[in-house]
Design a protein around this ligand. Structure first.
Ligand code: ARG
Length: 478
C-alpha cells in the first residue's frame, strides 16, 4: 500500500482524492492514527472480487427496477471490468485513506466512470454490502474446504481398504484393550471427517442468505427487487429482517465452531501419529518429506507436521472465542465491532485449508509397521474379553466369567506371560468349561474375526465399511 497522503483537505471543495467519501459533515480531517485504527483495507481487500460481484448484481437490479439508467449501468460494468483486471494483476492502488475494500473500489470506479460510479451506492449501505461480501466469500471457501475433507477421507479409505486385515492393539485409557484392525482404526476418522463435511454443508445453508437490501439497517426507500439480486448471486434465500441482516455474524461463528471441530478431529489423529512414530510404539513410519531433523541431535526425525496441526487447533479455537466475544452483548443493529470478524475468519479458513491439505498428503504416505503392531497386541492380554465371551457362551453368567478371566490374567502376570500363553491345564484350573478350542479365539486374528457385525472390526466388516464410505463420498460430492 502506498504511504497515505496526509494533505489537509479544505471544506467545501468537493471530495479530494484523499478525502473520505463520507466526510461532508466533518470539520477537521480524521487523525492519522484514527484513520489507521479504523481502516480495514489492509485485510478486507481479500474480499475485493466478491465485493465487485455483489456491486454488479446490485447495479443490474437497480437498472432493471428503473432506479439506474442503462447508460450508468454500462459505465459501471465497464469500470468494474477494468478494476477487476487491475486487482488481478496487482496494479490496483489500495489506499488507507479510503478505509476499506468497499470505498477503495467505489472511489476507483468513480475516477474511471464519473457520476455513474457515485450512483452505485443508491439503496445500499456498506453495512449490507460487507455482510453480503463475507457471505459470498465464505460460501466459496466452504465448498473448497468440503472438497479437501473429501480428499482426506478418500485417502483414509484407500489406506483402510489396503489394511483391512492388519491387526493392531485398540486402546482405552491408552492401555491395550482389544485387537482391532488398522483399517478399522482409520475408518473411525473417516466417520469424523464425514460428519464435519455434513456440518459444513449445513452451515453453508445459513451462510447462503442475502443481506443486501437491508441498507444501513432499516431497508431503503427505493423499490428494489431483492430476490433478483439473490438469484443472480446464487443465494438460496433473502434475509427476512433488515436489522438482523446487517448485524448478526452468527454464520461466521457457526463456521468457526465447525472449523474448531475439524481441528479437534485433526488434532486427535495428529496426536496418534506423534505417538505411533515414536520408537516406543513404532506402529507407523511417515515419509521423510513430512519430518524434520534436530539442529543438535543428529539421530532425530521429528513428526513436525502432526505436531503443528495439533498446535494450530488452539489457534482456531481462539478465533471461535474471539467471534463469540465480539458478538456478545452487541445491540442492534450494525456496530463497527463487526469489522473485527474478518481477521479471525480469514485465518480460520487459511489454517484449516493448510492443515487439511497437508494432512491428506500425510495420510496417503503413512506406512504401517506390522511387526511392531503385532508385538504390542501380544502384550497386555488383549484377548481377555474373548475368553470371558467364550465362557459366557458356554453358559457362565458374564459377570462371573469376567471374574474368572481376571484371576487368570493375574496368574499370567505373575508368570510373566500373556493370557493365551497359559497352558490348558492352568486355564482349566480357573474354569473346567475351558477346552482346547479356546486358543484359536485368543489369537488376535480369532478375536477380530468374531467381531463380525455392522460397525465391528472383523476384516470383512472393515472392507464393507470402506466400500460404503467410498460410495457415500461419491454420491454426496455436493
Ligand atoms: N469495513 C466495515 C466492516 O467491515 C464496513 C462497514 C462499515 N460501516 C459503517 N457504518 N462504518 O464492517
Amino acid at each position: 500500500m502506498p504511504p497515505s497522503a496526509t494533505k489537509r483537505s479544505k471544506r467545501g471543495r468537493g471530495a479530494a482524492a484523499d478525502e473520505q467519501l463520507w466526510s461532508g459533515r466533518f470539520n477537521e480531517p480524521v487523525d492519522d492514527l484514527v484513520k489507521r485504527f479504523t481502516a480495514s483495507v489492509q485485510f478486507d481487500r481479500r474480499l475485493a472480487l466478491h465485493d465487485i460481484r455483489g456491486s454488479l448484481a446490485h447495479a443490474r437490479m437497480l437498472a432493471a427496477c428503473g432506479i439506474l439508467s442503462t447508460r450508468d449501468l454500462a459505465a459501471i460494468e465497464r469500470g468494474m471490468r477494468r478494476i477487476t483486471v487491475e486487482i488481478e494483476t496487482g496494479r490496483f492502488r489500495w489506499s488507507l485513506d479510503a478505509e476499506d475494500v468497499h470505498l477503495n473500489i467505489e472511489r476507483r470506479l468513480t475516477a474511471l466512470v464519473g457520476d455513474a460510479g457515485k450512483r452505485l451506492h443508491t439503496a445500499r449501505s456498506r453495512n449490507d454490502q460487507v455482510a453480503t461480501d463475507v457471505r459470498l466469500w465464505l460460501r466459496e471457501e466452504i465448498d473448497a474446504l468440503r472438497a479437501l475433507l473429501a480428499r482426506l477421507a478418500s485417502n483414509l479409505i484407500d489406506q483402510a481398504g489396503r489394511h483391512a486385515k492388519l491387526i493392531m492393539p485398540g486402546f482405552t485409557h491408552l492401555q491395550v484393550a482389544q485387537p482391532v484392525t488398522f483399517g478399522h482404526h482409520l475408518l473411525a476418522y473417516v466417520e469424523m471427517f464425514e460428519r464435519d463435511r455434513e456440518r459444513l454443508a449445513d452451515c453453508r445453508r445459513r451462510v447462503n442468505r442475502l443481506p443486501l437490501g437491508a441498507a444501513a439497517l432499516a431497508g431503503t426507500t427505493f423499490a428494489i427487487d431483492r430476490s433478483r439480486v439473490a438469484r443472480e448471486l446464487g443465494f438460496e434465500a433473502v434475509s427476512e429482517n433488515s436489522l438482523d441482516a446487517v448485524s448478526d455474524r452468527d454464520f461466521a461463528i457457526e463456521f468457526c465452531a465447525t472449523a474448531s471441530l475439524i481441528m479437534v478431529h485433526l488434532s486427535r489423529f495428529a496426536e496418534e501419529l506423534v505417538l505411533w512414530v515414536s520408537p516406543r510404539f513404532g506402529f507407523v513410519r511417515l515419509p521423510d518429506r513430512f519430518c524434520t531433523g534436530s539442529s543438535i541431535m543428529p539421530q532425530k526425525k521429528n513428526p513436525d507436521v502432526p505436531e503443528l496441526v495439533r498446535g494450530k487447533s488452539g489457534r482456531v479455537f481462539g478465533h471461535l472465542m474471539a467471534l463469540l466475544a465480539l458478538m456478545k452483548g452487541q445491540v442492534l443493529a450494525y456496530n463497527k465491532d463487526n469489522q473485527e470478524d474478518k481477521e479471525p475468519l480469514f485465518d480460520t479458513v487459511d489454517t484449516l485449508r493448510d492443515s487439511l491439505t497437508v494432512f491428506a498428503d500425510l495420510v496417503a504416505g503413512i506406512e504401517p509397521v506390522p511387526a511392531k503392531m503385532r508385538a504390542a497386541v501380544l502384550e497386555g492380554h488383549a484377548t481377555a474379553t474373548d475368553l470371558a465371551d467364550y465362557l459366557t457362551m458356554k453358559g457362565m453368567p458374564f459377570r462371573e466369567a469376567h471374574e474368572v478371566v481376571a484371576r487368570a490374567v493375574r496368574e499370567a502376570e505373575e508368570l510373566g506371560c500373556d493370557l493365551p500363553d497359559l497352558p490348558l491345564q492352568v486355564l482349566r484350573r480357573h474354569s473346567p468349561r475351558i477346552g482346547a478350542d479356546v486358543y484359536k479365539l485368543l489369537t488376535p486374528e480369532g478375536s477380530v474375526a468374531r467381531r463380525n457385525h455392522f460397525g465391528g472390526t472383523a476384516p470383512a466388516q472393515v472392507k464393507a465399511a470402506a466400500l460404503r464410505a467410498r460410495r457415500r463420498l461419491r454420491t454426496a460430492k455436493r
